[in-house]
Write a protein that binds this ligand. Structure first.
Ligand SMILES: *[C@@H]1O[C@H](CO)[C@@H](O)[C@H](O)[C@H]1NC(C)=O
Ligand SMILES: *[C@@H]1O[C@H](CO)[C@@H](O)[C@H](O)[C@H]1NC(C)=O
Ligand SMILES: *[C@@H]1O[C@H](CO)[C@@H](O)[C@H](O)[C@H]1NC(C)=O
Ligand SMILES: *[C@@H]1O[C@H](CO)[C@@H](O)[C@H](O)[C@H]1NC(C)=O
Ligand SMILES: *[C@@H]1O[C@H](CO)[C@@H](O)[C@H](O)[C@H]1NC(C)=O
Ligand SMILES: *[C@@H]1O[C@H](CO)[C@@H](O)[C@H](O)[C@H]1NC(C)=O
Ligand SMILES: *[C@@H]1O[C@H](CO)[C@@H](O)[C@H](O)[C@H]1NC(C)=O
Ligand SMILES: *[C@@H]1O[C@H](CO)[C@@H](O)[C@H](O)[C@H]1NC(C)=O
Ligand SMILES: *[C@@H]1O[C@H](CO)[C@@H](O)[C@H](O)[C@H]1NC(C)=O
Ligand SMILES: *[C@@H]1O[C@H](CO)[C@@H](O)[C@H](O)[C@H]1NC(C)=O
Length: 526
């Protein structure tokens, strides 16, 4: 069927602004008649009919030979070979004409059927307001009439065309960046794409994110299922990305996330804006785009097993390190002159909200504990002025990450697996902050890190409202974090002890089994 479609491509526009010149658009023209797949049988059939006619004619001739001529004076026309051929030709001509007429009629009927199918393509709003109250739960308001494919332990996704779409492609009228209900989607058979549709070749990733693509954590959550799909489908690469938030088109993602995705997929990201192919001559801003192959994700990691998640974070780590020219061999090889495994302890600081009220005093506490442990290397870094690769490099040197609650903690998965995380909250978060405050516990579990718990500051700004009033959260959100010297020291000592015995054990295993050397250095998808 794809052949039929491409043969009708009116023009193919290469977009030069695209760094890789990759996505191709082709505007379909539906004015002239297209051959329907159902009429393809006609040449074969006509051969059968012609053969049948020929046999019947010969049988008839043989029959007439057996009957003696009534009038012996008449010349035996019937056995004249030229006459025979002439008659045969006539029969063939007649059947040929009949077939041609039939085929023409069939073509017309199919064209009319195809145009009816084209007319029947129904666009529904991308954002279904009926589900606005449950937008984050099982049945999202994004493409609400569709159901996801879901195997146990795998990501939930939709693919078009597929068996469940009955071979239909996904079409979008989805350019609006302000109101998701003005964007719409439909399914259409490749032979009956809606009028004026632009056919978009290659694989398209369509992402739905309830939050935004600039936030490291929310953006990453939306990307994880695509990476899982990529691993599962022979590392297939997308030609383009289409990003939605509440059904509204988004044209960019934050630089951290974008770099991570480019590292993971090994090429620049092309984010579709649907504007390249707009006709100059039409005010028709509403022409649909139909995708040759589309994968739609709208449930983040939902449904993925622990194993699948670990695979995704392993790939992200491996690809990011390769991209940044950081060794993928792992920390077990990092030993000091005496062969003692080096422990990297890193304080990853914030500025502004949720920073430590007094950085230097907190730094002193942890630095002192690190000094007490053989081969412990202490580092302090500020997340606000590190590049992506500086963060990846820093994490590759870290076994114990000490950091306040905040997006910078997402970087934890760049550490080797089994590394430790120590988290800090200002006053007031436990009761009011909702489940979102546990995201770094979750990322730790999903990426194979060890979350060593969180310290919650008992002191802080006084809230003038009752303690569980939501207005207090606005106050606490920007709060700063104090310290408890006794608690911090004990905590650091315990974590360092645990990390040290794990690393000594790992070093022994490694010594015994030097074959594992190369294990970590090759990424799943290459
Ligand atoms: C068959 O059709 C061809 C043209 O299609 C014509 O030239 C020929 O004379 C016809 N033969 C007979 C026997 O009608
Ligand atoms: C049958 O008709 C087609 C055109 O309709 C013609 O090209 C072809 O030569 C015809 N075949 C015969 C055997 O007459
Ligand atoms: C297709 O586009 C042309 C102009 O580009 C417009 O005149 C026509 O109405 C459109 N057809 C449909 C069905 O929207
Ligand atoms: C739109 O107009 C510009 C110049 O005005 C032209 O270069 C371009 O090819 C036109 N695009 C289409 C799709 O016709
Ligand atoms: C990694 O190394 C390659 C080759 O030496 C270089 O081209 C590339 O810019 C480096 N990448 C980074 C992020 O430093
Ligand atoms: C931080 O605490 C130390 C020790 O209590 C104190 O000397 C220093 O002035 C404090 N710094 C700030 C900025 O409050
Ligand atoms: C990074 O930011 C911190 C805190 O804002 C500042 O103290 C430090 O000098 C900055 N480093 C660089 C290299 O700009
Ligand atoms: C992490 O630790 C567990 C047990 O503590 C161990 O089985 C596993 O092999 C370790 N994983 C890595 C990647 O070192
Ligand atoms: C500091 O933490 C310890 C427990 O580690 C606790 O006993 C003590 O009361 C805390 N101090 C303050 C001022 O909260
Ligand atoms: C390493 O190998 C030695 C003997 O070859 C064995 O006694 C020891 O238990 C092994 N250690 C580990 C951690 O596997």
């Amino acid at each position: 069927m794809a052949k039929v479609v491409t043969s009708e491509v009116e023009r193919s526009i290469s977009i030069s602004s695209n760094p890789k010149d990759k996505p191709h658009y082709s505007k379909l023209q539906h004015q002239h008649s297209r051959r329907s797949p159902f009429c393809h049988f006609s040449p074969k059939l006509s051969v059968y009919i012609l053969i049948t006619c020929g046999i019947l004619f010969i049988l008839f001739q043989i029959q007439s030979l057996k009957i003696p001529p009534i009038s012996p004076s008449l010349p035996p026309n019937n056995i004249n070979p030229w006459n025979f051929m002439h008659k045969l030709q006539k029969v063939i001509n007649i059947s040929n004409a009949t077939l041609a007429a039939e085929s023409e009629r069939c073509n017309q009927e199919l064209n009319s059927l195809s145009s009816k199918l084209r007319d029947a393509v129904t666009f529904l709003p991308l954002k279904d307001l009926r589900f606005s109250s449950s937008a984050q739960k099982g049945h999202t308001w994004f493409m609400s009439s569709m159901y996801d494919a879901h195997e146990e332990g795998e990501v939930q996704y939709q693919q078009f065309p597929s068996e469940s779409s009955k071979g239909r492609l996904l079409c979008l009228k989805g350019k609006d960046t302000h109101e998701g209900a003005w964007n719409s989607y439909a399914l259409a058979w490749p032979d009956s794409l809606p009028y004026n549709a632009t056919f978009m070749k290659g694989l398209t990733f369509v992402s739905y994110n309830h939050y935004n693509y600039d936030n490291i954590w929310h953006g990453l959550s939306a990307m994880v299922p695509f990476v899982a799909w990529h691993i599962k489908n022979k590392c297939e690469l997308p030609t383009r990305w289409v990003l939605y938030h509440w059904g509204e088109l988004r044209l960019k993602m934050g630089p951290w996330l974008r770099t991570l995705m480019e590292a993971t997929f090994g090429e620049p990201l092309y984010i579709e804006d649907f504007h390249h192919f707009e006709d100059n001559n039409s005010d028709d801003d509403d022409s649909p785009a139909c995708f040759e192959d589309a994968v739609v994700m709208r449930h983040n990691e939902g449904g993925m097993s622990r194993q699948r998640r670990i695979e995704v974070y392993d790939l992200l780590r491996c690809k990011a390190r390769s991209y940044c020219n950081v060794s993928n061999e792992g920390r077990s090889w990092d030993v000091d002159g005496k062969g003692v495994p080096v422990i990297g302890m890193t304080m990853f600081m914030r500025t502004g909200p949720r920073s430590f009220r007094n950085d230097s005093v907190v730094i002193d506490i942890f630095q002192k504990e690190c000094k007490n442990v053989e081969a412990c290397q202490f580092r302090v870094a500020y997340s606000n002025n590190l590049t992506f690769c500086e963060q990846v490099k820093l994490m590759s040197l870290t076994d114990v990450l000490i950091s306040p609650h905040g997006a910078q903690l997402t970087n934890m998965f760049f550490m080797d697996r089994n590394s430790s995380v120590m988290e800090f909250f200002p006053k007031g978060w436990l009761k009011l902050a909702g489940v979102g405050q546990y995201v770094y516990h979750w990322i730790a579990a999903w990426s194979g890190m060890k979350h060593q718990g969180a310290w919650r500051d008992p002191d802080g700004e006084k809230c003038p409202y009752p303690e569980d009033d939501r207005r207090c959260m606005n106050l606490y959100k920007g709060g700063k974090i104090g310290y408890n010297q006794t608690y911090f020291s004990d905590w650091a000592r315990n974590v360092l002890n645990e990390v040290r015995s794990r690393k000594v054990e790992e070093a022994l295993i490694l010594k015994n089994n030097s074959a594992t050397n190369t294990l970590g250095s090759i990424c799943t998808c290459n």
